[in-house]
Design a protein around this ligand. Structure first.
Ligand code: TLP
Length: 349
């Protein structure tokens, strides 16, 4: 199978397994897990923040940020297509009692005017605008990268408006590699950041929440409350350390593979790529399936029969994501499979 459903599907490399096997272990809840501590210090330094907290998932990192900062009745500003709106099971409402004000903008990116317009006047009738979430890269936006300037402008608007700025940086390193900048170019303007090791970086499990000491100390309490405090989690943290040391620069290969896949899709009748292939920003390729070929789900089902996996993310919208476990040759095979399936779907509809 060539699995292009997500960059979450990677298996540890043998070198990563070795690093996991060799990791010294303790009990993180008792506070003496050496490998988790090493990872937390490393991530805090990488992002230029005081402290980090290792958590099981990106969803938990985002939800801990929200629970740590917000009170019931508060409002969070986030892009309409953001992960916290679409894929976190309504948890801002369920776990923190918050509502979300959806912001608009092409490709999952919004501007400072949108932020300013959404911040409510302080009034007893209104929810309190408390937090801004910026997703970088923007997943449903197309794997879009915020420019440092776009990001700085919304950060200024957030600061002036008294908002906590949280970066959902599940794929922040993809953004950095695509732009050729360091993470601090973004994180220096943020109050908290979540970073995933189990996406393009290729670790099997885990994310970090990063921010000031007092914020992380409070988040640590909520991590326990949410059931995310783990014991010998150094086993997993070792994979994350390995990923940060060895799998960042290579994200450029995933981006190149995504552009090659996009170039092939652009040639296939019945499939419409979102944007020109050379403009694919990172490791995600989105395309629409013409009605004559069926719908996104039926197309993905037929594709699966050829040994290629993709994800339907809307009635006619399909996503394919490149990662550590797919090679340039796999992309060539997947491109042939896409063309074959498109032709056969056309014949059968
Ligand atoms: N995204 C997953 C699915 O949930 C859609 C994927 O396959 O892309 N923030 C962003 C921007 C994400 O894309 C994801 C995962 C998360 C947070 C949540 O991470 P996990 O899955 O570790 O909870």
């Amino acid at each position: 199978m060539i699995d292009l459903r997500s960059d979450t599907v990677t298996r540890p490399t043998s070198a990563m397994w070795e690093a996991m096997r060799a990791a010294p272990l303790g009990d993180d809840v008792l506070g003496d897990e050496p490998t988790v501590r090493e990872l937390e210090a490393k991530v805090a330094a990488l992002l230029g923040q005081d402290a980090a907290l290792y958590v099981p998932s990106g969803t938990m990192a985002n939800q801990l940020a929200i629970r740590t900062v917000c009170e019931g009745g508060d409002e969070i500003l986030a892009h309409r297509e953001s992960h916290i709106i679409h894929y976190e099971t309504g948890s801002p409402a369920a776990l923190s009692g918050c509502m979300i004000s959806p912001l608009d903008g092409a490709g999952g990116v919004f501007d400072a005017d949108a932020v300013r317009a959404a911040i409510r006047h302080r009034d007893q009738h209104a929810p309190l605008s408390r937090m801004l979430v910026v997703e970088n890269t923007a997943n449903r936006g197309g794997g879009t990268v915020w420019s440092v300037e776009q990001f700085a402008a919304v950060a200024t608007a957030a600061r002036i408006g008294g908002l906590h700025l949280h970066i959902d940086g599940a794929r922040l390193m993809n953004a950095c590699v695509a732009l050729g900048v360091g993470p601090r170019d973004f994180t220096a303007h943020a109050d908290s950041v979540s970073l995933c090791f189990s996406k393009g970086l290729g670790a099997p499990v885990g994310s970090a929440l990063v921010g000031p000491h007092a914020f992380i100390a409070r988040a640590r309490r909520f991590r326990k409350m949410f059931g995310g405090a783990m014991r010998q989690s150094g086993l997993l943290a070792a994979a994350a350390i390995y990923a940060l040391d060895h799998h960042v620069a290579r994200l450029a290969d995933d981006h190149k593979n995504a552009r090659a896949l996009a170039a092939a899709i652009a040639q296939i009748p019945g499939l419409s790529l979102e944007g020109p292939p050379e403009k694919i920003p990172t490791n995600m390729v989105f395309f629409r399936v013409a009605a004559a070929l069926g719908n996104a789900q039926s197309f993905c089902d037929h594709l699966r029969e050829t040994g290629v996996l993709a994800l339907g993310l809307g009635p006619d919208r399909v996503r394919m994501v490149t990662h550590l476990d797919v090679s340039a040759r796999d992309i060539e095979s997947a491109s042939v499979a896409l063309a074959t399936v498109a032709t056969s779907c056309k014949g059968s509809h």
